[in-house]
Design a protein around this ligand. Structure first.
Ligand code: SF4
Length: 620
């Protein structure tokens, strides 16, 4: 596809039809704060690739962070590329235009590296499609020295196996420092080229770098994994994630690109802390981003000032996995509002604690416009909330809801999951009665036009969690439960939404899959699977055909309960937490026993602090 085509030719070609595709602003670059550097003067050039559409990728803090971290280095160039929407892709294929970057318009084949961000299993088909559109061989083994290194990172890299044949090496953990080490190695390599294997050996010495071709996987006759063994010496048996230890001093994107097209999270973003220690047993993020590290309010105020000057945005979002747990949250909000509210700047809190403190915080930030409040009880009964270690009680929820209604809110969203381990019909009845009680409470508080939205997603067991051995609930059972809730949630004040079952099924297969799924992904890309996270594009039939062609039974991955001693596809990948901790937590789940947040004072032995030689303040 790319041979002999220059960026000028690409620009000339797309200008002819750009007005006919949806949102041309996705493809033109030149946004405010976009970085344009001298291509020829750069030592190393990396394309930061997000396998989803511009509006989603541009909202991702990790992309913004790495873009700025790399471009702050004079000798390196980082440029952005997103998955072109289907209409644009059709045009590009018809005109034989290879995928190109936004800043320089260079074909991706001209970069030294292409780094993919893996945030969601449903974007895997887009990754393969972007390589194909760039004219780059899908298989690492088929790529030569003239091809870019294809690397990937993000939460889905904690089970990298379904993508193993396509990626040269994965970056596990936090990449702010790690990626610069990789670029330095590539710069060395360009000066004194090494053989492919020798370069990859060097890369495998860097923290959190996993080179899949250096590990061999063998299988038992019943399909389970027999062994995962190293094929070369001098590489770790288990690859440990990389983390940023001094988070307060860590790099931060102070000059994010301000898009012309409205994006999903179109505002300033402050990352107040990283990690969460609440220990919800279904939550992969709560495990892989440990330990908790906070930024100081002083640092965050400086970052707010820098962001405001650089972007002109009117809203700052205080993000983390549980911002209500940030130890200085209330004074920080107070400071930001004192400094900037007069300039029309608002503060938003994406994740709220499910208690009256959470509502007081919400009141502080939503003084004027009371949008809606979202609480995540996750399960309908106390028994099941103990199973998943969601340490909130029903009276917490009712207290928070009352505080919200009395404070002027009329719309409350409640997040639940169905298909959780040990779930019973009584637990589903619990969802109905909780929603009903919240609606009735609103009426008693004198609120009018009450809307209680029940959003029920399907549980997807993930790697590196206490539920990694659990099967997903069968599709027919999930559909039956969705119907059960639909029949029961009849109150006109209650709205009900749920996730598409086939999409959640595929997500579970990919989240718990092994290298044999690579052939399914290859077939899926060939059959035109794209944007599988978008209901208007997800095509179950094409995926089932791809499984068939690859001779892989998806139910083997989604529906099979695993024993603790079974070799897991991600056995050689570590997020710093002991496997024993996951076993203990799984057993405590089945005993419906809570494990308190270690910030309360008692270490529950996950092992991450020792593994990563970090001390956290247990008195938090
Ligand atoms: S090792 Fe202990 S103190 Fe550290 S994060 Fe894990 S449970 Fe908490």
């Amino acid at each position: 596809m790319t041979q002999g085509i220059t960026r000028e030719m690409i620009q000339e070609k797309i200008t002819r039809f750009l007005a006919q595709v949806q949102k041309p602003g996705r493809y033109i670059g030149n946004e405010w704060n976009a970085v344009h550097k001298d291509w020829d003067a750069a030592e190393v050039r990396i394309a930061l690739a997000f396998p989803d559409v511009y509006e989603v990728g541009m909202s991702h803090l990790g992309m913004r962070l790495l873009y700025e971290v790399v471009n702050r280095q004079a000798e390196y160039i980082a440029e952005r590329v997103f998955a072109p929407w289907t209409d644009m892709e059709q045009r590009m294929r018809a005109e034989r235009i290879p995928l190109f970057s936004l800043e320089s318009g260079q074909p991706l084949g001209n970069f030294d590296l292409i780094g993919f961000s893996l945030q969601y299993e449903m974007s895997f088909s887009n990754l393969l499609n972007m390589l194909d559109l760039a004219g780059i061989p899908l298989d690492a083994a088929a790529r030569g020295p003239e091809d870019p290194w294809i690397i990937a990172g993000g939460p889905c890299a904690y089970n990298p196996e379904p993508l193993a044949p396509f990626i040269d090496f994965f970056l596990l953990g936090e990449s702010e420092e790690q990626l610069l080490q990789v670029l330095a190695l590539v710069a060395e390599h360009k000066k004194k080229p090494l053989l492919r294997e020798d370069f990859l050996r060097e890369a495998a010495q860097l923290p959190g770098v996993y080179v899949p071709e250096f590990y061999q996987v063998t299988y038992k006759t019943d399909g389970r994994i027999d062994k995962i063994e190293r094929k070369v010496a001098g590489i770790p048996a288990q690859v440990q994630k990389a983390i940023v230890k001094d988070f307060d001093a860590a790099a931060f994107p102070e000059r994010p690109v301000v898009p012309y097209v409205e994006i999903i999270h179109d505002r300033m973003t402050l990352e107040v802390m990283r990690g969460c220690l609440r220990g919800c047993r279904f939550c992969q993020a709560g495990m892989i981003y440990r330990p908790v590290r906070e930024r100081s309010p002083e640092t965050l105020l400086k970052q707010t000032e820098a962001l405001l000057q650089a972007t002109g945005y009117q809203e700052v979002s205080l993000t983390s996995l549980s911002s209500g747990d940030y130890s200085c949250i209330q004074p920080l909000i107070g400071e930001i509002l004192d400094h900037y509210q007069a300039q029309g700047v608002n503060v938003s809190l994406p994740s709220l604690r499910l208690d009256s403190f959470g509502v007081r915080l919400a009141e502080q930030v939503q003084k004027v416009r009371k949008a809606g409040l979202t609480f995540a009880p996750e399960a309908g009964s106390q028994r099941l909330r103990n199973v998943i270690n969601k340490g909130v009680r029903e009276d917490h929820l009712m207290e928070a809801a009352e505080a919200a209604f009395r404070a002027g809110w009329s719309r409350i969203k409640l997040y639940f999951m169905i298909g959780l381990p040990t779930e019973t019909w009584e637990d589903l009845d619990g969802i109905v009665s909780l929603a009903q009680r919240v609606a009735d409470l609103g009426t008693r508080c004198g609120r009018r036009n009450i809307t209680v939205t029940v959003s029920a997603s399907s549980f997807v067991p993930k790697s590196h969690t206490p539920f990694q051995w659990e099967p997903q609930d069968r599709r027919e059972s999930l559909r039956e439960k969705q119907q059960y809730l639909r029949d029961k949630l009849r109150d006109r004040r209650i709205k009900y939404s749920y996730h598409d079952v086939p999409t959640s099924f595929l997500e579970a297969v990919l989240a718990k899959g092994d290298r044999r799924l690579a052939e399914v992904l290859r077939a899926a890309q060939r059959h035109g699977c794209r944007f599988d996270g978008w209901s208007e594009h997800f095509d179950e039939a094409r995926w089932l055909l791809s499984f068939q062609e690859a001779g892989v039974d998806p139910e083997f991955y989604a529906y099979r309960r695993k024993d603790y001693d079974e070799v897991l596809p991600w056995e050689h990948i570590s997020c710093g937490i002991h496997k024993d901790f996951f076993v203990t937590e799984h057993r405590r789940a089945l005993q419906e026993t809570l494990t308190p947040d270690c910030r309360g004072g008692t270490c529950s032995g996950c092992g991450v602090c020792n593994a990563l030689a970090v001390d956290i303040d247990l008195k938090g």
